[in-house]
Ligand binder design. Structure first.
Ligand code: PMP
Length: 425
């Protein structure tokens, strides 16, 4: 059956109605009409293997989550200034997944809001303003956070209080030390400009920097450095959280550190907009005294029902273990492509969060940016969805729903093999 192709009329309509800031994926834009498990379907009924969508962590349209949302929406949906057990039950369950030091939970609708609030809490607690992030970080859309998201592009105005450090690449034993050296230099530079450091904020898999997950323990020295300078450590778990990295439920746990604030979002509601923070009570104090916090939709009963159903499914289907097993299998199979395909450089990642570096010269690690775009579009033509990340957009980013199986992994590798072969010819 032929693929249903979006019409030029639809693209023009989108540009007219939504304006120029919205971007599409793919040379041939994709128009799914339905999702189920790891599959997206177009209007012609063609299935696409979704190896990219970490939001739908328990799979597209999971019936248990859909049912929980529908049931609660048909019963009650109000704000958090009325009492409701849903928010308390969920907060209890969420905090039970965290180190015991993290004793308070706060809910928002998006990861951006969670990071924005995390910075306000950090500023209130430390009295400082300086924020250290990685060189190609993405943390969200609010003014305060977009100015600390250099991956938004060269025209993004970084805040005067923001300092950038290189993400810990290399995967070697010295990666964590080099990263901490960068953090110490950033702290010194902030101080030289009369700015007290408030926080080090990192995505604990460094997704937009290019996926850097190892070695385990890599964050320890940098966290010590920010603490020694009086700042807090904010673990942005929007990408790695909720079991994806396999060995642990949260990305920071792989590195043996306890954050002062943890932010989360994307997979939390399997597509329902719910996000939040876990905070050490002593870190929350100053903000709580100075301010009241109210978020019209954050933590409402429907959001909490969705988030709770997601935790149920992760537990019942043992998806963290699946992420570890299938992710390890997939990583090995991807690495096995390297001997036959010169473009394939380092294959790295943890659980079902993988990066495949494409290079034109392995020794020099020259980014194969144009080739990566051809691979992404070639896979889309073969009905496999993924994307590229990193400063040079040459790292294939693979983060499928956690219900991904070995058979799905085999299909992905087979299609990638075909595309790499086609490109080499
Ligand atoms: N932090 C990270 C690491 C993210 O990847 C994102 C979203 N891509 C955000 C924060 C912002 O989340 P949201 O889009 O829900 O505002």
């Amino acid at each position: 059956m032929p693929e249903s192709t979006p019409t030029a009329e639809m693209l023009a309509r989108r540009a007219r109605l939504l304006g120029p800031a919205y971007r599409l994926f793919y040379e041939q834009p994709f128009q799914p009409v339905r999702g189920e498990g790891v599959w997206l379907y177009d209007a012609a009924g063609q299935p696409y293997l979704d190896a990219y969508n970490n939001v739908v962590c328990v799979g597209h349209a999971h019936p248990q989550v859909v049912e929980a949302i529908a049931r609660q929406a048909a019963t009650l949906n109000t704000h958090t200034r009325y009492l409701h057990d849903g928010i308390l039950d969920y907060a209890e369950r969420l905090l039970a997944t965290m180190p015991p030091e993290l004793g308070h939970a706060t809910f928002t609708c998006t990861g951006s809001e969670a990071n924005d609030l995390a910075m306000r809490i950090a500023t209130a607690h430390t009295g400082g303003a300086g924020l250290i992030v990685t060189r190609f970080a993405y943390h969200g859309v609010t003014s305060a956070i977009a100015c600390a998201s250099p991956s938004l592009g060269q025209f993004v105005q970084l805040g005067a209080h923001v300092r950038l450090v290189d993400a810990p690449s290399g995967g070697d034993a010295g990666a964590g030390h080099r990263f901490a050296e960068g953090v110490r230099a950033a702290i010194a530079d902030l101080r030289a400009h009369g700015i007290a450091p408030a926080a080090l904020m990192v995505d604990t898999v460094f997704s937009s920097d290019g996926v850097f997950t190892g070695p385990a323990g890599l964050l320890r020295e940098a966290v010590e450095a920010i603490h020694a300078a009086g700042g807090v450590f904010i673990a942005d778990e929007v990408q790695p959280g909720f079991g994806r990295t396999g060995e642990t439920f949260w990305g920071f746990q792989r590195h043996g550190v306890v954050p002062d604030i943890v932010t989360m979002g994307k997979p939390m509601g399997n597509g329902h907009p719910v996000a939040g923070l876990a905070v050490k009570p002593e870190v929350m104090q100053a903000f709580g005294k100075a301010c009241r916090y109210f978020n019209t939709f954050g933590g409402n009963p429907v959001s909490m029902a969705a988030a709770s159903a997601v935790l149920d499914v992760i537990e019942q289907q043992d998806l963290q273990r699946n992420a570890l097993e299938v992710g390890t299998y997939l990583r090995e199979r991807l690495a096995a492509l390297a001997p036959r395909h010169a473009l394939v450089g380092e294959v790295r990642g943890a659980g079902l969060f993988l990066g495949v570096e494409l290079v034109t010269d392995r020794a020099a690690r020259t980014p194969a940016t144009a080739q990566a775009a051809r691979v992404v579009n070639g896979l889309r033509a073969r009905q496999v969805l993924l994307s590229a990340t990193g400063e040079h957009a040459n790292i294939l980013k693979i983060r499928p729903p956690l219900v991904f199986t070995r058979e799905h992994a085999d299909l992905l590798v087979q299609r990638l093999d075909e595309v790499l072969t086609a490109i080499a010819q």
